[in-house]
Design a protein around this ligand. Sequence first.
Ligand code: FES
Ligand code: FES
Length: 162
Amino acid sequence: MEEQIVRLTVNGEEQQVRVPARQLLSGLLRDDLNLTGTKRGCETGVCGVCTVHLDGKPVKSCLALAVQADGHQVTTIEGICGPGKALHPIQKAFMEHGGLQCGFCTPGFIMLTAALLARNPDPSEEEIRRELSGNLCRCTGYTGIIESVQVAARAMAGERKQ
Ligand code: FES
Ligand code: FES
């Protein structure tokens, strides 16, 4: 099988990986770099559990080939913690406000939320619902997720004022 070298930056670290030409970005992250916080679900772009940031924009990593990330920056759930692995305010909000139950969908929702709040720090509930509509959760009924995003937005606004 044809292989290619992919050079990319993942969570701030430069990586060079030899992958089959058809390797998915989700496979590179999980299988080659052992970053298993990015989940593998439908692998057809429906569920969003594989969401990561590619150059700051959310992408479903099961829909991208690893070679498409060559020369680019990828951030995964492992890369959004603060110094000393302190929880990101979004992670904290999801934990404390019913944003997760089994947690399988959570990395994807957190990465999507991080991208939303970077672009729009004060989204309306309608904007949050629209932005998150591409990811699925079988457990929470979404109410806790929406509340968690709102709490995280307020917490991050507070941090910026300090
Ligand atoms: S695993 Fe990528 S969208 Fe479901
Ligand atoms: S918390 Fe279980 S799928 Fe979302």
